[in-house]
Design a protein around this ligand. Structure first.
Ligand SMILES: Cc1cc2nc3c(=O)[nH]c(=O)nc-3n(C[C@H](O)[C@H](O)[C@H](O)COP(=O)(O)O)c2cc1C
Length: 365
């Protein structure tokens, strides 16, 4: 039976286990650049034994940042420091992945610790925001400008350019962020997309941009490297995006070369009632896996090793993504291995009582 510590192969990449660091904005960049914080933060989680270390949302254009402090990959200059991070992650036997994103109408926001859901003004360091339709995210948010077809084309190209840079930076996996009420999800959801052109209205039209971006990124992303898409399986709002539409979307994405669907939810409507609880989104990963035959990742309030192992063993998902639990404990995978009776080596640097002749405990060559 497949378990948490069994490797997962996606195209030419094999993850040593089924534990991923879920993307988490660090709000620690200036002009989109990664720095020592990111090296230590991601490096610790690689040293902690996660099979896949996904970066936070990396903005494909400066306007696509959620906040002025977001990570970015809109310039070739961003590549050098990112390459240092991927090098360290790969050296630890983990795989480095990057999440590519555009925040759309949720861009130009303050970092979360300011605890106010508004759009920053230009005087506060904000910038003009764009979206599929001129509908603000919430009270206090600026009305976004509706994107024209040229603007849409430019954003598609920005995703492709960002993927090209991701490859140069040494990432083995790219994840396209189409969840949490950010730009690509804004196109998918009838709550935020009221367009009457080929990008709005019908299901086919609302899903067009995401499919175009997947096709364009897949065309330049090497055949042997995996491409993931994160979706919000539901808006949790009557009349919004829902699991039936997600299933149909996934059926259309898989033949385009998407290797795993990362199944999150919500983010379109700040007033949605979300039934938070242990593993509250895992059912979506299970349904998507079962009904489409594609691979899925489960995320959301997965905290205990037994819970994570059960998700894999019972075939609910192929991968588990942990966010806050891996902030609390970067060494969660190593602890989980011990708790589940698996043998996963700690970094050699940390081992003081290695049994003689145990290759697993020897430093890498
Ligand atoms: C600090 C923080 C930053 C986050 N940033 C992102 C992000 O950049 N991209 C994304 O898709 N999700 C982001 N999320 C959501 C997480 O990836 C995850 O889906 C969510 O926290 C639920 O998982 P958990 O219960 O294990 O924390 C973030 C979550 C946290 C706590």
């Amino acid at each position: 039976m497949t378990h948490l510590f069994e490797p997962l192969t996606l195209r030419g990449i094999t993850l040593k286990n089924r534990i991923a660091v879920s993307p988490m904005c660090q709000y620690s960049s200036v002009d989109g650049f990664a720095n020592d914080w990111h090296l230590v933060h991601y490096g610790s989680r690689a040293a902690g034994g996660a099979g896949l270390v996904l970066t936070e949302a990396a903005a494909v254009t400066p306007q696509g940042r959620i906040s002025p402090l977001d990570l970015g990959i809109w310039s070739d200059d961003h590549v050098e420091f990112l390459a240092r991070i991927t090098h360290f992650i790969n050296q630890r036997g983990s795989v480095a992945g990057i999440q590519l994103a555009h925040a759309g109408r949720k861009a130009s926001s303050p970092p979360p610790w300011e605890n106010r859901s508004v759009t920053l003004t230009e005087a506060e360091g904000g910038w003009p925001i764009v979206a599929p339709s001129s509908i603000p995210f919430d009270d206090g948010c600026i009305v976004p400008a509706e994107l024209g077809e040229d603007g849409i084309r430019d954003i598609s190209k920005a995703f492709v350019e960002a993927a090209r840079r991701s490859l140069l930076a040494g990432f083995g996996i790219v994840e396209i962020h189409a969840a949490h009420g950010y730009l690509l999800h804004q196109f998918l959801s009838p709550l935020s997309n009221r367009r009457t052109d080929q990008y709005g209205g019908s299901f086919e039209n609302r899903t067009r941009l995401l499919k175009e971006i997947v096709i364009a990124v897949r065309a330049i992303w090497p055949e042997n490297l995996p491409l993931l898409v994160r979706i919000s399986a539901t808006d949790w709002v009557e009349g919004g995006w829902n699991i039936a539409q997600s299933l149909e979307l996934v059926r259309q994405l898989l033949p385009l070369g998407v290797d795993l669907i990362d199944c999150s939810s919500g983010g379109s409507d700040p007033h949605a009632r979300i039934p938070l609880g242990a593993g509250y989104q895992t059912g979506f990963a299970e349904q998507i896996r079962r009904e489409t035959g594609g691979k899925s990742g489960a995320v959301g309030m997965i905290t205990s090793p037994v819970q994570a192992d059960h998700i894999i063993r019972s075939g609910q998902a192929d991968l588990v993504l942990l966010a806050r639990e891996l902030l609390r404990d970067p060494y969660w995978p190593l602890r989980a291995a011990r708790e589940l009776g698996q043998t996963t080596p700690w970094p050699a640097q940390y081992v003081r009582s290695a049994p003689a002749n145990t290759p697993a405990y020897l430093p890498e060559k």
